[in-house]
Design a protein around this ligand. Sequence first.
Ligand SMILES: Cc1ncc(COP(=O)(O)O)c(C=O)c1O
Length: 336
Amino acid sequence: MDLIDLRSDTVTKPTPGMRKAMAAAEVGDDVYGEDPTVNALQERVAALLGKEAAVWVPTGTMANQIALGSLAGMGEEIICDRNSHVINYEGGAVSALWGVQSLVVDGARGIFTPEAVKAALRASQSEHDPRQKAVAIENTHNRGGGSIWPLQQLEAVADVARGAGLAVHLDGARIWNAHVATGVSLQKWCEKADTVSVCLSKGLGAPAGSLVATTRERTKAVRRLRKRVGGGLRQAGVIAAAGMYALDHHLQRLAEDHQSAKKLAASVPFAWHTPETNILLADVANAPALVEAARQEGVLLNAVSASRIRAVTHLDFPISQVEEAARRLRKAAARL
Ligand SMILES: Cc1ncc(COP(=O)(O)O)c(C=O)c1O
């Protein structure tokens, strides 16, 4: 029985067309800025997101962290959602790498309000207070179940941050999904952000690769931090070519992943949170037990807590497989 892997949209493998593009890529030394494929990808993504420039990095974690490291430093503070990726899944990097502390606010499915940011702002600039430097937003929100920010709310949060002299970082690992699900342009989603990180290795199906998009001036700091954390790759064009291919062939098809998520939720009687994009969450009695039962039936899921499971739809899970996945999951539930 072939396993159906719904643990994450990162489990996809490069398609034959993508591998061909990688093999044929023109390359150079990217630390010298001489890799034509990396340069083309950087320019393309910057233009897509409406920013002056972009810097290619191998991972989303590195993209987030060097973006944040360019905005805040030792003894300074960022404001972010309690469940945000930047503080929950990146190895404590904001504090370990940059000496930055985070002040968390509580969002609904990861989406917080301008009022919450106002309440988190430190009124005093006294010697007692850490300097607040940035607000980090995640769209779509991973732990929120692929939730999409209402555009106006995102803009209002950014305006409060800007008004208080703070920068805005957008973790847009899955901004592509927000764009395809809403029809809101990528430029509009990113307009209010000083730094944006995007991933090519999630829904877009590349084996690796992320970018930080920002001003041309800030890319100097971002490139410096990339070097510092060992992210200066040499002939990275072989990987960047996969990203180029993904943008050409895999962006619009994200709509299928969103449809698959809805179809799966409708076909399996779990307490699903209403899917907005490609990430499905369900509250269950015993998440590890259900994950194990599903594995025995040939479906891989993640337990994100003792009582919550996650399933993610992606490029290697065509909508034609949804019925089979649903059948296996119903069988798994019946085992418990
Ligand atoms: C919202 C979000 N940001 C950043 C990342 C980090 O990406 P990477 O795994 O490439 O470091 C992820 C990974 O899943 C993510 O979901």
